[in-house]
Design a protein around this ligand. Structure first.
Ligand code: NAD
Length: 498
């Protein structure tokens, strides 16, 4: 059995803890590898490598740091097919979708090539008599990233690219379910010219995460995953005096106004609801048609499309979606569907019995569509994270708006309408971090930033964009005066600018 270890000080190292976790091929259900789960000594080895490498890396001028990312972007493009295949084989998403996963991370690497400009600072000449004042941004030191299974290329790059560009060393703790791509990314960073020790990958589970959260030499932690763990990581890291940002789960609504282009809305719902088998934090899982007529027409158009979804392994280049990531994930989603039926929602398309010939042991689930879902139901409140779309009917715009407003989560939301006034009102009033107007998955581009509100994110600064430069660096402000500006005598009162 192939064993996946760690990447420490510029090379792959075998795990020594004796603890491992299964890595499946979700399409066949087979265990294809075992990933080592790090112990405290292995984490310490990564911290030691990072501590040794970071000062010289921080002292490397920003143009040279940028050039590593130029080369890395080039290598990502050259190795795109290999990376996407590796990614699909452990995650299960389609090959083209896996490429999207890599490319959305690559775009953040392109963004940080601007680090010489992004890290320029502020200077005030003559802040007082003979006094100059300037603020500089210095790296946090060692940053750590803890990432989820659903974007094993994109989210690690969202974290390590800005952190490393800012002059930090980095320790990545990827999801134990699909650990191969993060290690390959670290290898390509070395090939791109990154000094060894600046980027380390430590595989593991809760115990590795707890080790990171308690480690005195790790200054900043970024986490993406489910909300309960995000809350735990946020609280623990903050209690240990670290800067921390955490991003959690979601329940993204799409409101369909009576004047919307319904075909456009239906196509958007199909892609955003069922793409990646619904295992996206920006998946649309709730459709809110406004008015009975809109709802009836929408459902009528959705049913045949959900029934004819093409589901297959990543080797099927015509598949719309693949399997779920593990048997446990499939059992969890199936249990929630059972619960929805029990609670009285109308299951118009039932994918629970789906079987794919030749892949009977894969973790496949057919597309499911619920109608007449109400806010008190478990399937409305919980993030299902599977190919399940719930239709919640709203009488009017205000009722539709109030649904995502009152929901626990606040990651993404969308409105489909031709009415600019309604769209503008919606974007202004909604209490959610990322808003789409006739755009179903409004993931901002690399030079903006990504982050939800409410239980979808704890902390203030977002991922990527200029927020990430602020997160991965800290401000030092210098006030200077030279002898020619010094007045005689001691000053005993607080200096002011009166
Ligand atoms: P998860 O919370 O199970 O795992 C995330 C990370 O935390 C993994 O690295 C895992 O090893 C670690 N972890 C798991 N249990 C832990 C524990 N008890 N203590 C400490 N660490 C622990 O999430 P997942 O299933 O890998 O990913 C899916 C979730 O991530 C969904 O809720 C999804 O919405 C969310 N997500 C959010 C965003 C975002 O940007 N908001 C993006 C992608 C995914």
């Amino acid at each position: 059995m192939r064993e996946i270890g760690h990447f420490i000080n510029g090379e792959r190292v075998a795990g020594r803890s004796g603890r491992t976790s299964n890595v499946y091929n979700p399409a066949t259900g087979e265990v294809q590898a075992k990933v080592s789960l790090a112990n405290a000594e292995e984490l310490q080895a990564a911290v030691d490598a990072a501590l040794a490498a970071q000062p010289a890396w921080a002292a490397t001028n920003p143009q040279r740091r940028a050039r590593v990312f130029m080369k890395f972007v080039d290598l990502l493009n050259q190795n795109m097919d290999e990376l996407a295949t590796l990614l699909s084989s452990e995650h299960g998403k389609t090959f083209d979708d896996a490429k999207g996963d890599v490319i959305r991370g690559l775009e953040v690497c392109e963004f940080v090539i601007g680090i010489p400009h992004l890290s320029k600072s502020e200077f005030t000449e003559g802040a007082g008599p003979g006094i100059d004042m300037y603020s500089i941004r210095q790296p946090v030191g060692i940053g750590a990233g803890i990432t989820p299974f659903n974007f094993p290329a994109m989210i690690p790059m969202w974290m390590f690219a800005p952190a490393i560009a800012c002059g930090n060393a980095f320790i990545l703790k990827p999801s134990e379910r699909d650990p191969s791509v993060p290690i390959r990314l670290a290898e390509l960073m070395i090939e791109a010219g990154l000094p060894k020790g600046v980027l380390n990958v430590v595989n593991g589970d809760k115990s590795a995460v707890d080790g990171i959260l308690a480690h005195p030499d790790i200054g900043g932690v970024s986490f993406v995953g489910s909300t309960p763990i995000a809350r735990y990581v946020y609280g623990t890291a903050a209690a240990n005096g670290k800067r921390v940002q955490t991003f959690g789960g979601a329940k993204n609504h799409m409101i369909i106004m009576p004047d919307a282009d319904l075909d456009q809305a239906v196509n958007a719902l199909m892609g955003a609801g069922y793409g990646a088998a619904g295992e996206r934090c920006m998946a649309v899982s709730v459709a809110v048609p406004v008015g009975e007529e809109t709802a009836n027409r929408l459902v009528e158009k959705l049913v045949p499309k959900v029934e004819s979804l093409r589901i297959g392994p990543y080797t099927d280049d015509k598949a719309d979606m693949g399997p779920l990531v593990t048997k446990e994930a499939k059992a969890r989603v199936t249990g929630l569907i059972d619960k929805g039926v029990e609670e009285g929602a109308k299951l118009l398309v039932d994918g629970r019995g789906f079987k794919l010939q030749g892949y009977e042991d894969g973790f496949f689930l057919g597309g499911c569509l619920f109608d007449h879902v109400t806010p008190d139901m478990e399937i409305y409140k919980t993030e299902i994270f599977g190919p399940v779309l719930s239709v919640v009917r709203a009488k009017n715009y205000e009722e539709a708006l109030s649904l995502p407003m009152k929901h626990e989560y606040g990651n993404g939301v969308a409105i489909y309408t031709r009415d600019g006034d309604a769209a503008r009102d919606f974007a202004s009033r909604i209490n959610i971090g990322m808003v789409g107007i006739n755009v179903p998955i409004p993931v901002p581009l690399a030079y903006h930033s990504f982050g939800g509100w409410k239980a979808s994110s704890f902390g203030d600064l977002n991922q990527y964009g200029t927020d990430s430069i602020k997160f991965w660096s800290r401000t030092k402000t210098v006030t200077s005066r030279w002898p020619s500006g010094i007045k005689d005598g001691a000053e005993f009162v607080m200096p002011t600018m009166k």
